[in-house]
Design a protein around this ligand. Structure first.
Ligand SMILES: Cc1cc2nc3c(=O)[nH]c(=O)nc-3n(C[C@H](O)[C@H](O)[C@H](O)COP(=O)(O)O)c2cc1C
Length: 257
C-alpha cells in the first residue's frame, strides 16, 4: 500500500516503481476516516523547501496506519537539506515510527529558481532509474535506514532558513495570475489538489486561500497562461510534466472540482 502526492508526475513515476497498490493523498483526504492496515505502507511525495508538502504532513498526522514497515521516499531536484533526519525526528515526536526514509534526485520543477529546458538537459546526469531501483530493493528487503544529514546539506538548509524567509513565504502562499492567453480549457482546475481554480465565463479564476504552492496548475496549462504574479520566473515559456506520466493521471490524482 503506497500513498503519493504529485504535482508534475515525478513522485507518481517513483511510486509506480515501488508498489502496484497506489492511493492519491488528495483523494484520500476527502474521506472522513482514514485507517489503513497493510504489511508495508509507503509515502512518496515531492520535497518542498526541505520539508514535506503541508498536504502530506496533514495526511500522515491525521490518518491511522497499522503496519510492520512504514517508509517515506521524497523526490527532490537539487538539495534535500537533510530532510530525512529532521522529519523522522518530527514524526517520532508525534508518535509515528518511520522505518525507512530516503530521497531521490529528479528534475527540479521549481519555476522561480529553475529553467525547465535547462533542467531537462541535465536530467540524465541524475541517473533517476538507477536510484529508484536501489530504493526499490531496499524496500523489498524491508531495510531500516534513515538517510543521514550530511554537512553540505545541513549548511544549505540553514542558510536558506536564515536568508530566504520572504521568498519562502511567497512560495508557501503564492499569488498566481491568469493572463489573457487563457482559453478556459479547465486543465488547471482539474490538476489542482485543493480546488483553488474554477473556470467562469470562459476564463480561469484563481483563489489563493487554500493554495500551498505546488505549481501543478502553472505547469499543466497548455497556454502558459498561469504564472507568479509577484515573483520573476527563470523561463516563463518552459513548463514540465514527467515524460512517463499522462496528464489524465495527474487529473485522476488531484482533481477536486
Ligand atoms: C514549492 C516547491 C518547492 C520545492 N522545494 C525544493 C527544495 O527545497 N529542494 C529541492 O531540491 N527541490 C525542491 N523542489 C523541486 C521538487 O521537489 C521536485 O521537482 C519534485 O521531484 C517534484 O515532484 P512532483 O513532480 O511529484 O511534484 C520544489 C518544488 C516546488 C514546486
Amino acid at each position: 500500500m503506497l500513498f503519493y502526492f504529485t504535482s508534475t508526475g515525478n513522485s507518481l513515476y517513483a511510486a509506480k516503481q515501488f508498489d502496484e497498490e497506489l492511493y492519491s493523498i488528495p483523494q484520500e483526504l476527502n474521506k472522513t476516516t482514514r485507517q489503513y492496515k497493510a504489511d508495508h505502507i509507503g509515502i512518496v511525495c515531492p520535497l518542498y523547501e526541505f520539508d514535506l508538502p503541508v498536504i502530506v504532513k496533514d495526511f500522515i498526522l491525521h490518518s491511522k496506519f497499522e503496519t510492520d514497515y512504514f517508509y517515506i521516499v521524497m523526490t527532490y531536484g537539487m538539495h534535500h537539506g537533510g530532510c530525512a533526519v529532521r522529519n523522522t525526528e518530527y514524526f517520532e515526536k508525534a508518535g509515528r515510527r518511520i522505518d525507512y526514509f530516503n530521497t531521490v534526485k529528479m528534475l527540479d520543477n521549481a519555476l522561480p529558481v529553475f529553467d525547465m529546458d535547462e533542467q531537462r538537459r541535465i536530467d540524465p546526469e541524475k541517473k533517476v532509474d538507477e536510484h529508484l531501483s536501489l530504493i526499490k530493493s531496499d524496500i523489498e528487503k524491508r531495510r531500516h535506514y534513515i538517510q543521514p544529514a550530511i554537512k553540505e546539506e545541513i549548511d544549505f538548509y540553514e542558510n536558506f532558513i536564515e536568508n530566504s524567509a520572504a521568498f519562502s513565504a511567497a512560495l508557501k502562499q503564492p499569488k498566481y495570475s491568469v493572463s489573457d492567453q487563457c482559453i478556459g480549457c479547465g486543465i488547471c482546475s482539474r490538476v489542482c489538489p485543493k480546488g483553488c481554480i474554477r473556470v467562469t465565463e470562459g476564463k480561469a479564476t484563481y483563489d489563493r486561500t487554500n493554495c500551498f504552492g505546488c505549481m501543478a496548475c502553472i505547469h499543466a496549462c497548455p497556454q502558459k497562461a498561469i504564472g507568479y504574479a509577484e515573483i520573476k520566473e527563470k523561463n516563463p515559456e518552459a513548463r514540465y510534466r514527467n515524460p512517463h506520466i499522462q496528464l489524465m493521471e495527474l487529473i485522476r490524482s488531484n482533481q477536486q472540482i
